[in-house]
Design a protein around this ligand. Sequence first.
Ligand SMILES: Cc1ncc(C[n+]2csc(CCOP(=O)(O)OP(=O)(O)O)c2C)c(N)n1
Ligand SMILES: [Mg+2]
Length: 546
Amino acid sequence: MKASDLLVSALEHEGVKYLFGIPGEENLDLLDSIRKSTIRLVLTRHEQAAGFMAATYGRLTGRPGVCLATLGPGATNLVTAAAYAQLGAMPMVMITGQKPIKTSKQGHFQIVSVVDMMRPLTKFTHQIVSGESIPSRVREAFRLAMEERPGATHLEFPEDIAREQTRSTIQEASRVRRPIAEQKSIRLATELIEQARHPLLLIGSAANRKTTCRMLRLLIDRTGIPFFSTQMGKGVVDERDPLYLGNAALSAGDFLHRAIDHADLIINVGHDVVEKPPFFMIDGRLQVIHINFTSAAVDPVYFPQVEVVGDIANSIWQLSQCVERQLGWDFSFFDKVRERLDAHLADGANDPRFPILPQRLVADVRQAMPPDGIIALDNGIYKIWFARNYKAYQTNTVLLDNALASMGAGLPSAIAARLVFPEKKVMAICGDGGFMMNSQELETAVRLKANLVVLILRDDAYGMIKWKQAHMGFDEFGLDFGNPDFVKYAESYGARAHRVEKTDQLLPLLESCHACSGVDVIEVPVDYSENDRILNQQIRELSAAI
Ligand SMILES: Cc1ncc(C[n+]2csc(CCOP(=O)(O)OP(=O)(O)O)c2C)c(N)n1
Ligand SMILES: [Mg+2]
């Protein structure tokens, strides 16, 4: 068998349905093998976007998304996506080409050491040096990408190896179950929870990776313990729940942090230090139980006293069977926090001003999205508004990156979400800065006939950094830019395009776009002038007064 055919059949054996990327001449044998396979090639307009798509495919399915690039420049274009998958714990396998390794007449043309370049960004990076080793290397790349904590892996597949003949055969995956938490750690956690006066439950990103929703629902229903989420933990438990205390989009000074200050125990399900801290541990007063697949990385602001390590869903199930609701638990202060937070979140949701205020924007998007609809956010100041104000009803319906927090991922992630869930409404929400970092993928979306709404928030600036600049007391400088005419730009790709000129137009427009098929791009001017006053001052003052 030809080695490239074997590699593709190993991918098929791993259940790969899509391969995202841009081939170079070094991948042509592989490309021909893909042509003859069941795998669908999703050709993109930039390797970074292919990587974001593959990572998001992995994030949503738990099976590695696979992306493809050529050597040198193709591979270097994958590095941001590698970091995105690795930090965000999204299973992804990257395959890059290389010049022949046995004999080559091209000197060092286009050659950089891709395997070495990928080392700090992956769990495994390896050059395939013979057809014989393909099955085991592919299996290893998939095993490591998928295994908790998931991440990126990389295989380099040189041109001459791809062309070799081999007698090697597919390597089967072993049947393996994730280890579960040991009883003594469950007992210790149970004791701490029962002895606490004001326990609080934190739901983080690892709880969104595997199906822990049912078990968490059970634990919350049985115990009545209030909960909050990190940005990447949104939606695991329905945020309309009366016990929901908000999202830790800010690290301090929010309403929620009053609850955290009041709590004497945090039961942390699935948060790890890769996300921006949901709160800071400063002294040993606050007890924290770390519940995760792996033990806690030691960090100056996070040092849990007790750990329950093992499959999260199982740990939560065990706790739900052990922890008894206690008469001594007092959640009255948390109720007060929730009341004030809800009042603040409702403030501005109907504001008619134009350009639109972020509070109104979030409220309109929420109203236009069905409960299982998916929003994929790029990275900008609106991410904080969406994390705080947009209530997620279901697991993995808010795709945002609070790990690498890279701009440019919004549109590619939405395209990948659309491929994984063709029946769901999907929306990309991007700043004018982040959108332009991968706007060329509009062509990919149109070519794939994806049903997609892309919302571009126009403030003609890198708004998030402006907000920080104001907060840090610097003079305004260096963050404004011009924009293309987004309507003409989107239309030139064959998308339908719309410009919101009155705030009242947004909601009906979103609804009509979601009812149509194809790609709709909406430009909406946003008014960010109150970001500093509300996010940096008002929230702090109002929450301090509770
Ligand atoms: C690739 C990348 N470059 C730079 C940054 C730093 N950064 C974070 S948000 C931001 C501005 C985002 O601007 P825009 O997309 O227009 O969103 P806005 O905040 O204006 O709504 C920048 C430059 C980043 N996170 N990622
Ligand atoms: Mg902007």
